[in-house]
Ligand binder design. Structure first.
Ligand code: ADP
Ligand code: MG
Length: 705
């Protein structure tokens, strides 16, 4: 069927007047025939089975029964009138009930004639009843060609109130298929259909809207899910390939003095296999002619820093500069310190540039950057200021940034012919299937192994009523020289409340851990969102230096700080935190040699989801496993923020349930594009056509961002 037919405005479908058209547009975004065609049912009612009244279960949901009405009466009660019919089959009797349209129904119901009824049953006082059943005379039912599995389409209250019921939508769909006399054209290449034994587009559409059996429906759904995921992946993979072929980068062909000397003589520990693998992947990228655009995922503590350093050394060995950008001053300082220490034996020039760098120092840095004598620059967003001009930036590493753009937009490499290679590091584990969709246009490296000898962080859940015991535990740990985090939730909408919670908590902790009086006394830091950045830094630094034993904070400490001596993480109102947040918070401890603890405090009132989150946290410390649970609980849109949800706005596939199909779709998308990058071959004609349509009629396949 030609695409012009499918682009026909929905107003032109028989049965759709201006009124219905405007409702369909407003409520379901159905503007064209194609939009209607792509309105896939949410679920199906099984009309292949007939139940007997005598064997109905209280748990039965929607059932279909053959029987007769024996008599009808109207019951008038305080709450209103209702029409009740007694319905019997050879096994028993039940009631059919109507609250609306009673007059019309009463006049039309036939006594002692076989009906097929369908609907939800209720069970009350030993009798089953069915409110507002769908009914059809058995005679007519047997003659109708309605399909056995009845689709239930997405709807809204407004639609059903305006008479656009499921039955009406179903009718419109039938009309659409009638008008599309020649059927719908194929959108996948033939060899692919054969290899994967997929049903044709036409058959799939027919069976998804008018399924003849469970089996045919399943095949239809599989085919359509595959197609949806295939085209998303095709788009992402293509973007990646185009990027690689169009955006040239400096090939770092040499592995030289800095890298070799560090790798052979100065590695402070043996690299894990995952670190080795990832470094190899990065080396390959850097050695090619394309600009690297790589996401490095590794759980907290998995050892991303050393990977960053080795990558930077490759840049240096090829005569280029490198930079590392972190989201906060504290993180930049920590990176700077650890890199300077690691590079102790190498003759490198490394500087730190942040908002608080003094003017004279700043000037010197600018100068050394431009004349090329500075090798590595570490810092905050201050790196992106206009005055910061590298002589030849070859590699930009961004830490803890979910999505970049920053590096691409910046003027970092204004003198370069090519943009620098970009490596983004994130400690937020993203389930693989989700990463494929959201970051499908990037290359991804994963460090999925922690360095050996890491002690597990003991994680427990405690109710608020056990607070005194928890305080005692804190006191014991501090007496051993440890430090403690106590974190309060911060949720934007109720900032005032959160602030009050935090301050109440702080006061009770000060009472419990007094700063003066008889020994032992305690020093407490507090950090929250309402403080000036400079004050925050000051308090953080006191804690980092060990001048305070307790850090009371809102989630501002979430990202990246490293205080190895802190061994206890208390999370207050833990039920209000998301899983990934809890995981990040827990990652703040367990960084030193001591046994560390994470205590999740909650009230007794817990939702089912909150229970799952707490159970998951106490069961596992595997960031990817936690991310999978998080994905199941929250759904992909929430997990990635609204920004990316467009990519995930799927019509028929489900990114969680259909992850296997997604993997297959991605591998085939890669296969198709590798073999035929321009989609020019005969067999890829349908792909090329569909692909062109996707870009042209964006509103239709709006799941492609
Ligand atoms: P993250 O991925 O969170 O940035 P880091 O790079 O800060 O992790 O590493 C966490 C800690 O583990 C550091 O103290 C680092 O020195 C250490 N580390 C990293 N890799 C290894 C390894 N292969 N063997 C032993 N310790 C390692
Ligand atoms: Mg780090």
């Amino acid at each position: 069927m030609s695409s012009t037919f499918l682009q026909t405005p929905i107003d032109y479908l028989k049965g759709v007047g201006p009124n219905r058209a405007s409702l369909l547009k407003k409520e379901l975004e159905i503007h064209t025939f194609q939009d209607l065609l792509n309105l896939f049912p949410n679920r199906y009612l099984d009309r292949t089975q007939y139940y007997k009244i005598g064997s109905l279960l209280q748990t039965s949901s929607e059932v279909q029964i053959i029987g007769k009405i024996t008599h009808i009466k109207t019951i008038d009660q305080k709450r209103g009138k209702r029409l009740v019919a007694t319905f019997v089959d050879e096994t028993g009797k039940m009631e059919l009930v109507w609250f609306r349209g009673q007059k019309w129904i009463r006049e039309n119901l036939k006594i002692n004639v076989p009906y097929v009824i369908f609907g939800k049953t209720n069970w009350f006082n030993g009798t089953f009843s069915m409110p507002h059943p769908e009914m059809e005379l058995l005679d007519a039912h047997e003659k109708s060609i309605r399909s056995a599995m009845q689709p239930v389409y997405p709807s809204t209250e407004k639609l059903s109130n305006s008479g656009i019921t499921n039955r009406v939508v179903n009718g419109l769909m039938q009309q659409l298929f009638l008008e599309a006399k020649k059927g719908f054209s194929e959108s996948l290449p033939k060899p692919l259909l054969e290899q994967l034994k997929l049903v044709s587009k036409n058959e799939a559409l027919l069976n998804v809207h008018f399924p003849k059996s469970q089996q045919l429906l399943a095949r239809a759904q599989y085919r359509l899910k595959f197609e949806e995921l295939f085209y998303i992946q095709l788009q992402l993979v293509r973007k990646n390939l185009v990027h690689k072929s169009k955006i040239k980068g400096y090939p770092f062909e040499k592995i030289g003095e800095n890298f070799n000397s560090f790798y052979n003589d100065h590695l402070p520990f043996e690299l894990t296999n995952a670190q080795k693998r990832v470094i190899k992947e990065i080396r390959n990228d850097l050695g090619s002619n394309a600009q690297m655009n790589r996401l490095l995922q590794g759980d907290v503590g998995s050892g991303k820093t050393i990977v960053a350093l080795l990558s930077m050394l490759i840049a240096l060995d090829n005569g280029f500069q490198a930079c590392l950008m972190a989201p906060t001053e504290i993180l930049s300082v920590q990176h700077y310190n650890s890199l300077v220490e690691l590079c102790n034996e190498l003759k490198l020039s490394i500087s730190l540039l942040t908002g608080s760098t003094k003017t004279s120092k700043r000037r010197k840095i600018h100068e050394n950057l431009e004349n090329g004598s500075l090798n590595i620059l570490i810092g905050t967003h201050a790196l992106l200021e206009d005055k910061v001009k590298f002589s030849n930036l070859g590699l930009a590493i961004i830490d803890e940034q979910h999505r970049f753009g920053v590096a691409q937009r910046s003027k970092l490499w204004h003198k370069n012919e090519f943009p620098p290679h970009v490596l983004v590091m994130t400690a937020t584990p993203i389930p693989r299937t989700l990463a494929m969709s959201v970051y499908g246009d990037l290359d991804i490296s994963v460090i999925d192994e922690l360095p050996p000898g890491r002690k597990d962080i003991k994680t427990v859940h405690r109710f608020d009523s056990n607070r005194l015991k928890v305080f005692r535990f804190i006191r014991d740990e501090i007496s051993k020289g440890r430090q403690v985090y106590i974190v309060y939730p911060l949720i934007q909408e109720s900032e005032v409340l959160d602030y009050k919670d935090l301050m109440d908590g702080y006061e009770s902790i000060v009472r419990e851990f007094p700063p003066d009086g008889p020994e032992p006394t305690y020093q407490i830091s507090i950090v929250h969102g309402k403080m000036k950045p400079a004050d925050k830094e000051y308090e953080m630094n006191r804690f980092i230096k060990g001048e305070t034993q307790i850090m009371v904070a809102t989630t501002v400490i979430e990202v990246g700080v490293n205080v190895p001596n802190a061994s206890v993480m208390i999370v207050e109102s833990a039920e209000r935190f998301g899983l990934s947040q809890l995981h990040q918070l827990r990652g703040r401890v367990g960084r030193g040699a001591e046994q560390s603890y994470c205590i999740l405090m909650t009230s007794h009132k817990l939702s089912a989801d909150a229970k799952t989150r707490l159970e998951t946290m106490t069961r596992t410390s595997d960031g990817f496993e936690i991310a999978e649970v998080d994905l199941k609980l929250r759904g992909p849109g929430d997990l990635m923020g609204t920004q990316q949800s467009g990519v995930l706005n799927l019509r028929i596939a489900d990114i969680i349930k259909d992850s296997e199909i997604l993997k297959i779709a991605r591998s085939y998308a890669i296969q198709v594009l590798k073999a035929d990058p321009n989609l020019a071959s005969e067999e890829n004609i349908p792909v090329k056509r569909t692909f062109a349509q996707l870009t042209k009629y964006r509103n239709i396949w709006n799941y492609i961002s």
